[in-house]
Design a protein around this ligand. Structure first.
Ligand SMILES: *Cc1c(COP(=O)(O)O)cnc(C)c1O
Length: 408
């Protein structure tokens, strides 16, 4: 017996730091794109644990890697290297612009490493004053004090005392705004190729090319936070590959481990050389268990079958959302890239994204919001057609419920 019945959702309110407001049910089991709660109720999962379980729950290849490595060796520290870490690093290098990999455990830590590296590079190669980081409003880069300060949502970074200095925010997809602030003291421009938490906003191709040119002109590094948009989520291994614009540093997390905590920062040989033993590190980064699972996830995700299936599923979801909208007129915009889709609510439904989530749960569906006004769809990249169809039917019921309740 797992003892899962001795704790319940109510326990949360008594024992956990109150930084989350989780749903009223407790998931206990998942298989593919289905999840079951303590009472045995079934849910279809369009959330993937916030774009993490890209291959669904308990994918056999990942379970197998976890079990196999679990009986080999779990942890070695960075006083030793290990085979899964080296194999995964080699694969990441072989398939991207990068020559060097640094592992951590979360998206925030990968970004923390990226921002420290960008500053270190500029200070070492150019000047101690080349420390300005240009970032974007509505961006999200994690919750450490540095990353949350680079993020463009002051409500997340205010209230914790002095913030790291020399960070400037400008509107996303606005090249003139970047031009107005970039200078010789700029060490990096940081952006998400698709802003995730900020409302599912893909970067504009022309803007991205313009930012790359500005970075080259001012010897600033271009950093792509692909924590959410990477690892197949938008239909290519990383989103930058669709734009033909190459970063100097890229971060990956979320889907990288398919649900096992791991993140990576990728960069070039030239930039990597400003680091040396002792300059940066983490206890768990590159842990063999995490890397073994991530390697298995990588091998499945980076295949034509999985990557090409993303577009097909995107088309289906968007066409169903448009049909739903024709009937209920709840969305003002449906946008996104691959299986990172946002449906923005009409003014009449302002700040009601969480209500849609709750209504979806009532109908056996897990979806996400991205801010107060956008419903986010991020199902597994391999979600079966039948689950996708059933999930959209359940979503339509949820929308109907909201519209009818509001009309009363
Ligand atoms: C989720 C996310 C992060 C933070 O990752 P954690 O693992 O929660 O630290 C950073 N950047 C982006 C784009 C994200 O979506």
């Amino acid at each position: 017996m797992s003892g899962s019945t001795s704790v319940s959702r109510k326990t949360f309110d008594n024992v956990m730091l109150p930084v989350y407001a989780p749903a009223e049910f407790v998931p206990v089991k998942g298989k593919g794109s289905k999840v079951w709660d303590q009472q045995g109720n079934e849910f279809i999962d369009f959330s993937s644990g916030i774009a993490v379980t890209a291959l669904g729950h308990c994918h056999p290849a990942l379970v197998n890697a976890l079990k196999t490595q679990g009986e080999m060796i779990w942890h070695t520290s960075n006083l030793f290297t290990n085979e899964p870490a080296l194999r995964l690093a080699q694969k990441l290098i072989d398939t991207t612009f990068a020559d060097r990999v640094f592992y951590a455990n979360s998206g925030a830590e990968a970004n923390e490493a990226a921002f420290k590296l960008a500053r270190r590079y500029a200070i070492t190669r150019y000047s101690p004053y080349k420390t300005k980081i240009i970032a974007f409003t509505h961006a999200f880069h994690g919750r450490t004090l540095f990353t949350v300060s680079v993020g463009g949502q002051p409500k997340y970074s205010d209230g914790f005392g002095p913030k790291p200095a020399d960070i400037v925010h400008v509107p996303f997809n606005d090249l003139d705004a970047v031009k107005a602030v970039i200078d010789d003291h700029t060490c990096a421009v940081v952006l998400e190729p698709v802003q995730g938490e900020g409302g599912i906003t893909p970067v504009d191709a022309e803007f991205l090319r313009g930012v790359r040119a500005l970075c080259d002109q001012y010897q600033a590094l271009l950093v792509f936070d692909e924590v959410q948009s990477g690892m197949g989520r938008t239909g290519t291994l990383f989103t930058y590959m669709q734009y033909g614009v190459t970063p100097d540093i890229l971060t990956s997390a979320k889907a990288l481990g398919g649900g096992f905590p791991i993140s990576a920062m990728l960069t070039t040989e030239e930039i990597a050389q400003v680091m040396a033993p002792g300059v940066h590190g983490t206890t768990y980064g590159g842990n063999p268990l995490a890397c073994a699972v991530a390697e298995a996830a990588f091998d499945v995700i980076n295949t034509p079958a999985v990557l090409s299936g993303v577009k097909v599923r995107y088309n289906y979801i968007v066409s169903q959302l448009e049909k739903i909208n024709d009937v209920y007129h709840v969305f003002s915009d449906i946008r996104g890239l691959g299986l990172l889709i946002g449906a923005e609510l009409q003014p009449a439904y302002q700040n009601m994204a969480r209500d849609f989530l709750t209504a979806a749960i009532d109908n056996g569906l897990m979806v996400l919001n991205a801010g107060a006004n956008v419903i986010r769809f991020a199902p597994s990249l391999v979600i079966p057609e039948s689950d996708l169809e059933q999930g959209m039917i359940r979503f339509e019921k949820a929308v109907k419920q909201i519209v009818e309740t509001k009309g009363k």
